[in-house]
Design a protein around this ligand. Sequence first.
Ligand code: MG
Length: 160
Amino acid sequence: MSARSGIGYDSHRLGEGRRLVLGGVEVPDAARGLIGHSDADVLTHAVIDALLGAAALGDIGLHFPDTDERWRDADSVGLLREVCGFLSGHGWTVLHVDSTVICERPKLGPHREAMRAGLAAAIGIAPLDVNVKFTTNEGMGFIGREEGIAALASATVERG
Ligand code: MG
């Protein structure tokens, strides 16, 4: 058995007239949403990069370039599902994913279990093997000024 871990990071800018989608869950009480070529789901993008990193298979921009019209307003959880199929085709099994969303507002805690369940279903592992954490940036920097939201993730995979 060979086990590996990978990291992922992403950030997107907040703007008017956009839905706030994190881990595939639309946050209903958000005043603004994230701007991007796809649905700008920063958490799912960080998880995708952690998985691709663990398997040493590149990054999200390599597989889903934002110059490609196919990925306009794409459902990022669908991209995650596709990436997991790609890893599986290379013989990798996903063991665990951990993540942190860094967001000043709104409070995301009430949506944690829905994000976990949705990400786990897309990856094909149990919700107990997916962790989603939330923190603020204590008012500092672009996140503190509510200009954007960032996410970090790590993933562990194994190949027999
Ligand atoms: Mg992104």
